[in-house]
Every structure is written in C-alpha cells, then in structure tokens.
Design a binder for this molecule. Sequence first.
Ligand code: KG4
Ligand code: ZN
Length: 338
Amino acid sequence: MQILGIETSCDETGIALFDNKSNKFIFESLYSQAEKHNLFGGVVPELAARDHVNKLLPLIDEELKAKKINLEDIDVIAYTKGPGLRGPLMVGTAFSKALAFSLGIPTIPIHHMEAHLIMAKYESDNLLYPFMTLLVSGGHTLLAKVNSPNNYEIIGESIDDAVGEAFDKTAKLLGFNYPGGPEIEKNALKGNSSSIEFPRPMINSPDLNFSFSGLKTAVLYEVKRLKTEKKFNNQTKYDIALAFQDAAIDCLVKKSIKAMRREDCNQLVLSGGVAANKALREKFKGEINEKNIYYPDLSRCTDNGAMIAFAASEKLNFKNDHLIEVKPRWSLEDINNG
Ligand code: KG4
Ligand code: ZN
C-alpha cells in the first residue's frame, strides 16, 4: 500500500510517499516557510496557510514526476488533523480530502504529536510497549506513557510555555533568527559554561510537570542587566544561550528519568522538534543506556510529511467521509480506544 502523507500544522509543508510493504519512503519533500516568518519573529498563521495552499500541488507534482509515479498509484492519503494552527490545518485537510475524493481513495486523519512519537518506531524493532515518551516541540512539552498502540497516558506536561517556545523566545531576546532552537544550539557551542546559571523551575517538584516561563523571564532580566551595564555583546549572548539550554535540558532530563523510574519503563522515545537538539540527546545518553533511547532521524524530528505517512501505516484507520474537520487542540489521551 502506498500512503501519501501531508503535514501542514504549522510552517512546514511536508509530503512523503510511504510504501508499507517494503517499509520504504518512495519520496519525502519539505518546504520550510521559516525565512518568511523570520521577518516577523514567529509564525504568522494567515501567511502560513496561504503558503501551504501554493506549495502543496507543486511539491507533489515535482516528486511524482521525478520518481515517475502516477497519482493513481497512491492508495490512501494521510493528513494532519491537529493539533496545530487552524488555518494551516484546514488547508492540508481540505487539500487531502479533495485529492482523495478525485482519486476515489480513503483518507486517514493523523494526530501530529502521535506522528512525532510513532516515527521513532521506524526501523526500531526493539522498542516494546510500554515505553515512556518525551514530546518536546514548539507547542507541547509532555511526558506520556505509551501502554500499547492507541493507549496514551499523559503523566506530566508544561504548566505554561512549551520548551520549544522558550527556545524561540530566548533566541528572539538574543537577536537570533527564527526558529530559535537550532540557533540557540549553534550559539551555545561558543558559550562559557561557568559565567551564568539560570534557575531550573520545578525541577525538584514531586510531580512530573514542567515550567519554562520563569526561565524565559530570568533570561529577560539578564539581558536587561547586561544592556544596562553595556555588556550585551556576542560573547555574553553565547553564554546566555548555553546557560538557557543547560537549564532547559536539566529540567527535561531529570523529570523524564523520574517518570521512567516511577512507571517502571526502561525505554524512552524522544521526539518533536526540540529532540533534534544534540546536547539534549547527549545528556540523556549520560543518564540512560544508549540502547534504550529512541528518536527519529534528525531530519525527521522537526515537522515533516514522512511521520504522517508512517503513522498512518501503523494505524490504518481509514475514513471515507467528506467531513473537513480539524482539531487545533487535541490531547493524545483523546486517541485512546479510538
Ligand atoms: O515539532 P516541531 O518542528 O513543530 C511543532 O510541532 O511545534 O518543533 C518546532 C520547535 C521550535 O520551537 C524549534 O525552535 C524547536 O522545535 N527546535 C529545536 C531544535 N530544532 C528545532 N529546539 C532546540 N534545539 C534544536 N536543535
Ligand atoms: Zn511538530
């Protein structure tokens, strides 16, 4: 079966064709709007939606031609139903439903965060239920126990900002480009680790929740102080990037280990855009046996169409209706039992 995956939940137009017999991707293509949104310091939903409209057809057409595949060879279309930005989700959903209708094939609606985590299962036969997952993206920071397919238990989450959002806001305060995560990671490599220490909010709280807004505020005060003292320069920016990244990572790692012990899970899936952070991966490797940490390939950590097609192949919950419905807010736990 050949599954076309379509991702449009935020600012990346992602498409991929997955063949579930050979377990191979026939094509994968991604168009990132980041440069456009960078001008505004963050994603502008209306612009994102308009860009998806213009990019989906050419992206698909280009790949079909390059791989000499006919539209009729596609058996099913999987698309992101949510969570995400309403306008961009509507574009992907309406596009997928219309294309599927014209081809007389079914669609499969996919939960974006579930797709992030399921992608870690691709070519990882040793990953067994139950396992723990840390989902870290621009909109989510959560720990969930995955008991079996379609059975998620959220056991901890951020009570305020998502960690990716904190990376993006810190980058903005430091004058770095959007998206901020990769910029913080790159600039932190030039930082001096002993010069600043930021608080680690809730790191010792008895629950498994996170908080990142206080950390972001601490960065804001430090930037203000350095500006007043005329010490806000490239080196102090690198130092702040490193100190922020260390603090955020400490919180994520400590709570994940605690969750794994409490729930008696020895395997961890790391996914979502922030899981692309190499310092985060390294920190985990220092705490857990490397063999027990699973994450998607770096290129498939941030939003992409491959994870949507692959998640669909794991679920195969076909829909033949014509309902164009999206779920901008959608908890993983709502997936349980259908
Ligand atoms: O999963 P994703 O691509 O989109 C959402 O579903 O939100 O995640 C995007 C988030 C952004 O906040 C971005 O700054 C962050 O992931 N991110 C990173 C890195 N790459 C992307 N954060 C830290 N380090 C990275 N290397
Ligand atoms: Zn995502």
